[in-house]
Structures are given as structure tokens and as C-alpha cells.
Design a protein around this ligand. Sequence first.
Ligand SMILES: Cc1cc2nc3c(=O)[nH]c(=O)nc-3n(C[C@H](O)[C@H](O)[C@H](O)COP(=O)(O)OP(=O)(O)OC[C@H]3O[C@@H](n4cnc5c(N)ncnc54)[C@H](O)[C@@H]3O)c2cc1C
Length: 383
Amino acid sequence: MTHDAAISKAGAIASQVLAPSAAQNDKAGRFSTEAVQSLGESGLLALLLPANFGGSGLGPRTFAAVTATLAEADASVAMVYLMHVLGTACLSAARPSATPALTPILQEIGAGRHLSTLGFSEAGSRSHFWAPISRAQRNGNGVRISAKKSWVTSAGYAQSYVVSALAPDGAGPTDSTLYLLAAGTCGLSVAGPWDGLGLRANASAPVALEECEVPWEFQLTDDGAGFPAMLNIVLPLFCLGSAAVALGLCRAAVAGTAAHLKNAKFEHLGKSLGESLPTLRAQLAAMQIDTDGLEARIDDLVEHLEKPRETTMLRVLEGKAAAGDVAIGVTSTAMRTCGGAAFSKHLSIERLFRDAHAGAVMAPTGDVLREFIGKSLLGIPLF
Ligand SMILES: Cc1cc2nc3c(=O)[nH]c(=O)nc-3n(C[C@H](O)[C@H](O)[C@H](O)COP(=O)(O)OP(=O)(O)OC[C@H]3O[C@@H](n4cnc5c(N)ncnc54)[C@H](O)[C@@H]3O)c2cc1C
């Protein structure tokens, strides 16, 4: 699959599968299995997967464009997609001793029949996902894990979960290891409902692990090497993908607001809202300016990921922090510009506004990112 083909497939799925049911799924808090099926059949679930497993081996540029396209129609599905890509990246980068056991799973991802996700955040350490409270216990050649994973996107729908736990002999709070748990693992269960303010259709429910036995072949990193994998494999793609979700939301807010300003009329004046009020035109313009600014930031981040340099990690952190703020700002302006029609849920704007608030609270949160950036500018250790 080429870059252009991937975007065109994402566009077709967005308009034919996601857009028609996004509002109903949001209202009902319903996970879209049809969306996942379409993404699998189109090859998009294997977008970044190497060709030897049946993937397209494409990079961050295509990933960002596809994710933004999906988010424009339904940010819940885009987030499911993002977490799957991250889970897949962890499997692809697993240590060589795991390859024989992971190969059939990676081939299933290549065939579009397997959805993965990440279970890093824990109830005890909250948004500080880099410091799991749970600790893997040695169990023969493998380990046994009990953990309270606080939010896991696609909980109950994914076929596999990439989870973190402190290494059996880890000395510090970040000495974690990553493991793969198949959905049917004994002791793994969805531990509660998902009824979020936004991203309501992505099943980000808590997951309990009770004495889950993990064979050694499903240990993805060396003991204690989970933290570097989180930083080097997961963080750049997560920050890029979150920024792309934010961009999709902003684009949808601009389009929805423009449509409303064109279609809604002051009948007594014989003009549309947009023709009547310069303030509304100025607000729409401000939304467009911020959306284009975010797009340029994402392009810059993609270039940094394609050609890594000294400033790449800074751009990664900035990308998610800025995108979260831009999405909240643009969708808030859309709410004000569309007035009572948006407030009373006659338009999709209020869904975008609610969905946009997830980015800033998903870890690393916007606050934590600013804290990291500030510390790094001052030469203070981050952890
Ligand atoms: C829709 C959704 C989907 C999710 N999906 C997943 C998933 O698939 N996998 C997964 O592992 N997790 C997932 N999460 C969890 C997410 O990544 C965060 O861990 C979670 O949102 C943290 O919420 P909290 O209330 O526990 O944060 P808290 O840690 O209690 O934070 C509360 C506030 O304190 C601020 N804060 C915390 N630490 C600092 C600091 N050091 N400096 C400055 N401010 C700070 C935060 O920014 C926040 O404003 C998901 C969350 C949501 C909302």
C-alpha cells in the first residue's frame, strides 16, 4: 500500500463506515466493531507493520494522515486505531527470543484480524504510567501478574493487551518490563464500564489482571527494559497520533462551523449567520488559523521522526502538549460560534468539544509534558 492509497482507504472508511454512525455510537457509548473490521479488511491495521508479516511498512507520515482522517469522522475510532498501532509497534520491536511466539500474532495483524492495545496506566500511579505499581512475580520460566489497569482503550474488544509491570527484581519505580497478554488469558477481565465525557465509543474501561500467567515467550522486553521501550517506541508514535486525532477534531470543527454559518439563517434579515455577522467570520478564521498551525506542527514533527536529530524528543513532547490545547481551543470557539444550536446538541460540534478534552488528560498529560519540557530546558532530570 502506498501513502496515497492509505489516505484514500481511510477517507472511504471515514465517510462510509465512521461518519454515518459516529453520533449514535457516541450517544450509546457503543464500540464500533464494524469500524475495526473495515480497518482490518483495508489493510490499515497493518499500516506500520513490516512487509514480512503482511504489513505495509509505512511510516509516521502516513500514520498521522490516516489517523487525522479517521478522527475527522469519529475520534473514538481514531483512538482505537492509535492504541492498536502502539500495541503493534511494541510487538514488532519485541526482543528476538519472543519472535517465534509473536510471529503468528503479527501475521494475524498483517491479515487485519487482530486488534491490540496498551494497558500501562494503573490505579495506583494514575497518569504516571512510567511507574507501574504492579510487579511481575517469577513463575517457572514465565511470570505471574496482578494489576489494576485503570483505563485500557478497546477493553474487551482487543485480541491482545501490551501491559507493563515492574520487573521481578526491579529496584526502582521505572524498572518495568512489557508483556503480551492474549485476551483470553485466565484472570484478565474488564473491571468496570466506560462512560466518559468524550471518546465515549472507544471502550476505555478498567482492566483487572488477577494472577495472570504469562509464559516467557510473551515477555516483550528484557527485564527492566520496559521504560526505554515506552520512551523510544511508544511515546513518539503516541504523541504524533494524539496530535493527529486533535487535528482531525479541529478540521471537523471548522467544517461543521462553516456549514452552520452558511446554512443557518436570520430570516428577518434574509441572510445567513455568516453573511450577517463579522464576529462569527472572525471566529471561524481564528479556528482555521489554529488548525493550519497544528497541521504545520505535525508536519514538522513527522520530519523530525523521519530524520531524528537533537531536537526530536522536544518536538515529540511539544506536539502532544500543543495539540491538546489547540483542539480544546478550536472546539470551544466552535461551540461559541455555533451558539445555542451547538449547545443543544443539534450539531456534532458538542461531540467534538467533548472528544477534544481527552487528549490533554491522556498520559503523558499536557501538564506533565509542560513539566518535562520546562525541566529539560533548565537541565533538571525528568525522572
Ligand atoms: C479516553 C481515555 C483513554 C485512555 N486509554 C488508555 C489506554 O489505552 N492505556 C493506558 O495505559 N491508559 C489509558 N488512559 C489513561 C490515561 O493515559 C491517564 O493515565 C489517565 O487519564 C490519568 O487520569 P488520572 O485522573 O489518574 O490523572 P492524575 O494523575 O490523577 O492527574 C490529575 C491531574 O494532575 C496533573 N498531573 C499529574 N502529574 C503531574 C505532574 N507530574 N506535573 C504536573 N501535573 C501533573 C494531570 O495533568 C491532571 O491534570 C486513557 C484515558 C482516557 C481518558
